[in-house]
Design a protein around this ligand. Sequence first.
Ligand SMILES: CC[C@H](C(=O)O)C(=O)SCCNC(=O)CCNC(=O)[C@H](O)C(C)(C)COP(=O)(O)OP(=O)(O)OC[C@H]1O[C@@H](n2cnc3c(N)ncnc32)[C@H](O)[C@@H]1OP(=O)(O)O
Length: 297
Amino acid sequence: MALTILKCVLKNATARRCLYRRLYNSSHGFNETEAKKKLAQCSGGSINLCKGENGIAELCINHPSRKNAISGSMMLELEERVSDLENWKEGKGLIVYGAEHTFCSGGDLHSVKALSSPKDGLMMCMFMQNTLTRLQRLPLISVALVQGKALGGGAEVCTACDFRLMTEGSEIRFVHKHMAIVPGWGGASRLIQLVGSRQALKLLSSALGIHPEYALRIGLTDDILSSAADRALEEAKTWLTPYTKGPADTTRAIKKIVASGREHLFEDTLRKEKDIFGTVWGSPAHLQALSKAMKPN
Ligand SMILES: CC[C@H](C(=O)O)C(=O)SCCNC(=O)CCNC(=O)[C@H](O)C(C)(C)COP(=O)(O)OP(=O)(O)OC[C@H]1O[C@@H](n2cnc3c(N)ncnc32)[C@H](O)[C@@H]1OP(=O)(O)O
């Protein structure tokens, strides 16, 4: 019995390690401690997290004086909030949005200038790819609420969520080309997964503003919200609710399978599905649902 428990604990620990492992570490020349010191020197704004009783959290990109541009210290706070969410066992959903009804105008250009050496740029790139990959892998169903502008790194952040909801008049734009750079926070790789390589090539090479109707047509956004700016967050929560109904373990298990399927070969995903199935089959919630189902209606 003890051996079985130990095996189960080890399997869960391994599964957690896989789910939350970093993309880059010292073997890639990435020194997280050094990166954090450097990014902390570029201050401004904050990343605020509010975890709801209903299992849905709200993460606010909060730097309104700069249209929610993400400074170095905000990159650190974003990593801290993602860590918090990785340990939130009751979590089922997440809405990422920007303060004062606009999403995010990308990297804070003051911070970007301070990190303009190739070495510092690569450090920032690996730090943000680590963080946004962990955000995407969270066992929560995530939504980016795009109001106003999602530009540059802001467009990249919104691709790290499972779904995107855009309000009328909002815009997603990969402006990187105008700065003679390419996305570095993983946004190009995720865009190809979302809309396919042809559309991704069009959007990256044209730096075109992607408006809600076009985004809906190419599958970059999942819906267009019609409410007034100050009601959009409530509308986004209402949109997400049907997907997060029921036990947290069930919602989290479903997201873990899909997150695995996004990244692994089909056979590996089937094995992952089997492993995750084994964590919910026979659970109290399953047995309760089974007993309800057996009762004549
Ligand atoms: C890998 C990611 C990549 C990188 O890190 O290299 C990037 O994301 S770089 C940043 C890419 N983003 C941009 O180039 C967008 C720049 N901003 C704009 O185009 C406009 O500000 C816009 C469209 C967001 C809003 O225009 P609007 O006319 O409504 O307002 P203002 O332009 O007057 O902006 C108000 C205020 O915010 C400051 N601001 C805006 N964006 C940034 C930013 N990304 N970094 C720093 N500061 C920003 C702007 O300077 C104004 O400040 P003020 O002190 O009032 O002049």
